[in-house]
Design a protein around this ligand. Structure first.
Ligand code: SAH
Length: 271
């Protein structure tokens, strides 16, 4: 196995691990962090993760009948909600075959199988022609892929003028060496928010807007996830031993103190 292949295998193994399955349970299929502000302060963990999906859907500029690319789609929940909300066609890409199958199954259960397709593929080498999509997003996935390469590939498959939305965990200079090592072990590298304008320009896109939402995302994360782990304890214990459930809680707590979070929109340039 080449170096690149083994790095991809690491990411796919993570998204097929018990930790990811536990996340799926407490977040009801949204494999990302949550968002809490004054309007949903009391929402539980899955409510917060759903709210972040709704924010992404609000930002996505896509109409009924158009084609959208979800690059790093998890088990399909955001793609399913987007297709339902906007009536567009969504292609979801994941590096995990398990997630691809799971997403297809869930789309069928939600009655959007005619609007969604899921593929196991590498975001750096998408199996789609140039100028295929009217819109796209990286929903908490680009930090696994290498920002420059992933953005260049998005630029290629998106039509000129298409809007790309990104939610990303970012480096705000508070990570310890040990935390950096853990993140790198998951094939992840966090960019800094300030790097985004150049990252986008370098790949053929222009920044439209960027908001730092660390307070709304990372702030309540530790307590909301701990509450959810407690509430779902018996379900979690069916798929993982007690020590791993405790480890999961510690991972969430550590993550909440490790990094920042941004949401941004960019426009694809002519080629
Ligand atoms: N967007 C989803 C999942 C986020 S988790 C959600 O919000 O629910 C990160 C996702 O990125 C996983 O599905 C993982 O398989 C995918 N991913 C990471 N690296 C990838 C790569 N190189 N190619 C394709 N998908 C990748």
């Amino acid at each position: 196995m080449g170096q690149e292949e083994s790095a991809l295998k690491k990411v796919s193994d993570f998204y097929e691990s018990k930790i990811s399955h536990m996340w799926d349970i407490i977040a009801n299929g949204h494999i990302h962090l949550g968002y809490w502000d004054d309007q949903n302060r009391d929402a539980d963990f899955s409510g917060g993760t759903e709210k972040l999906t709704r924010l992404m859907i609000e930002k996505a500029e896509i109409s009924s009948g158009q084609r959208f690319c979800d690059i790093g789609c998890g088990v399909g929940k955001p793609a399913i909600m987007l297709a339902g909300a906007k009536g567009c066609f969504v292609d979801g890409i994941t590096i995990s075959e398990y997630q691809q199958k799971e997403a297809g199954k869930r789309a069928e259960e939600e009655g959007v199988e005619d609007k969604t397709r899921f593929f196991t593929a590498n975001a750096l080498d998408l199996p789609f022609a140039d100028d295929t999509y009217d819109g796209g997003w990286f929903f908490e996935s680009i930090f696994h892929m290498g920002h420059h390469g992933a953005l260049c590939e998005a630029h290629r498959v998106l039509k000129p003028g298409a809007v790309l939305v990104i939610c990303d965990i970012v480096d705000i200079g508070i990570m310890t060496v040990e935390e950096k090592r853990l993140v790198k072990n998951l094939g992840a590298v966090y960019a800094k928010a300030e790097e985004y304008p150049d990252l986008l320009t370098g790949a053929g896109l222009d920044l439209i807007e960027i908001s730092e939402i660390t307070r709304e995302v990372m702030g309540p994360f530790a307590s909301k996830s701990a509450e959810a782990i407690r509430a779902h304890k018996s379900e979690l214990l069916k798929i993982a031993p007690g020590e791993l459930v405790s480890e999961f809680e510690k991972i969430c707590e550590r993550m909440s103190k490790t990094a920042g979070y941004v949401i941004l929109k960019a426009k694809n340039r002519d080629k």
